[in-house]
Write a protein that binds this ligand. Structure first.
Ligand code: NAD
Length: 367
């Protein structure tokens, strides 16, 4: 990919989305001006903001723009204004459509406990300080999508609820490759989680992950762990993990559990990645883990760090700008070192700043 002309689509969305994405835009502008990069960025409506104007949560035009972009950065969708719409018309449908149509099968969620914020965690500081885990969750298969599914009547006036947990070799192998590739850039260790003690699909998962490791990633260390044990180990000794690989269901639980170890929703980024196309481009969507936070929207007090770190993931995984990603991560650390905090992470002895101030402070540390 050339270092020039990368297309980024910004989708601020609803609630605090526009406030936190505004800070990302400022950083992109800074990179263009000071690092001779040539990001071109477009901004479009999504979610409730799109419903208000276009009557639908995402238009075809915006959808096709997202297909043509090198990375999509989203704020958040949804809010009380649109809560009474029927399910298929809600703002959040836009997100599901993007994930589905862009075939984003890998969800990456880092759980990092910043040393400056160690007291925000419910765990003891020595357990979480310096924590840096990456959870890789399969996003398009498994029990949330498997057929048959449904609720059916059975004898004696009873009903039966059915969901099917199923994975194929290729579905397991492609997500395993994402985890191994990531581990190579980190501490080189993957822990793959399943329930092979009670599920056939778990046995297949374990065998296929091992096969990919033996064939393609000989130098990466692979450990297999039962998913319930992983849930316990995350609380007992989370720093034993580097990359955790899990299917859709277990990954859903484990990534939320790991997120809570870090103590603040306003700091957690995420990436959803699809396959690499023949031009080497990966379809991708970057967004903070948090939602639209309607309770604080419009007050300029939201924490923009989760969205800014989502940009850093985009630089790293979609735009081949590893150095710029490192620079941005370091700038966030420096601002926290200086004791600047938005309201959600404020503690005694620190200085409270607005969303805008936090963005400006991070930019000042890029210099
Ligand atoms: P939420 O994440 O929006 O808010 C939960 C709590 O965390 C709130 O008190 C909020 O003020 C606080 N918070 C969240 N992000 C923050 C930030 N950056 N800085 C400071 N404080 C922050 O979750 P919710 O209240 O359950 O959902 C609100 C709306 O967001 C709903 O409509 C929901 O459907 C939607 N939602 C969207 C996404 C998404 O777009 N990916 C994800 C989750 C929820």
């Amino acid at each position: 990919m050339s270092s020039k002309g990368r297309k980024i689509l910004l989708l601020p969305g609803d609630g605090i989305g526009p406030e936190v994405v505004r800070e990302v835009k400022k950083i992109l502008e800074w990179f263009n001006k000071n690092k001779s990069l040539d990001f071109s960025f477009d901004e479009e409506l999504i979610g409730g903001a799109s419903i208000d104007v276009n009557k639908i949560p995402i238009t075809d035009e915006v959808f096709y723009k997202s297909l043509q972009s090198d990375a999509v950065i989203l704020g958040a969708c949804g809010g009380p204004k649109w809560d009474n719409l029927e399910f298929s018309k809600k703002p959040e449908r836009a997100l599901l459509k993007l994930r589905k149509e862009l075939k984003l099968f890998a969800n990456l969620r880092p759980a990092i406990c910043f040393k400056q914020l160690v007291d925000s965690s419910t765990l003891k500081p020595e357990i979480v300080s310096g924590l840096d885990i990456m959870i890789v969750r399969e996003l398009t298969g498994g029990i949330y999508f498997g057929e048959p599914r449904g609720i059916e009547p059975i004898e004696n006036n009873q009903r039966r609820g059915i969901n099917t947990h199923s994975y194929t070799t290729s579905e397991i192998q492609r997500i395993a490759r994402v985890a191994f590739d990531l581990a190579k850039k980190r501490k080189n260790v993957v822990t793959s989680c399943e329930k092979s003690n009670v599920m056939e699909a778990g046995v297949l998962w374990r065998e296929e992950v091992q096969l990919i490791k033996d064939k393609e990633f000989k130098k990466v260390e692979l450990n297999h762990m039962l998913a319930d044990n992983c849930a316990m180990q995350l609380l007992r000794n989370p720093k034993q993990f580097d990359v955790i690989l899990a299917d859709n269901l277990f990954g859903d639980m484990l990534s939320d559990e790991a997120a809570m170890l870090t103590g603040s929703l306003g700091l957690l980024p995420s990436a959803s990645l699809g396959a690499r196309d023949k031009n080497g481009k990966i379809r991708s969507l970057y967004e903070p883990v948090h939602g639209s936070a309607p309770d604080i929207a419009g007050k300029n007090i939201a924490n923009p760090i989760a969205t800014i770190l989502s940009l850093s993931m985009a630089l790293r995984y979609s735009l081949d700008l590893e150095k710029e990603a490192d620079l941005l991560d370091a700038a966030v650390q420096k601002v926290l070192d200086d004791g600047l905090r938005t309201k959600d992470i404020i503690s005694k002895g620190n200085k409270e700043v607005t969303t805008t101030d936090m963005g400006d402070a991070i930019i000042s540390k890029l210099k």
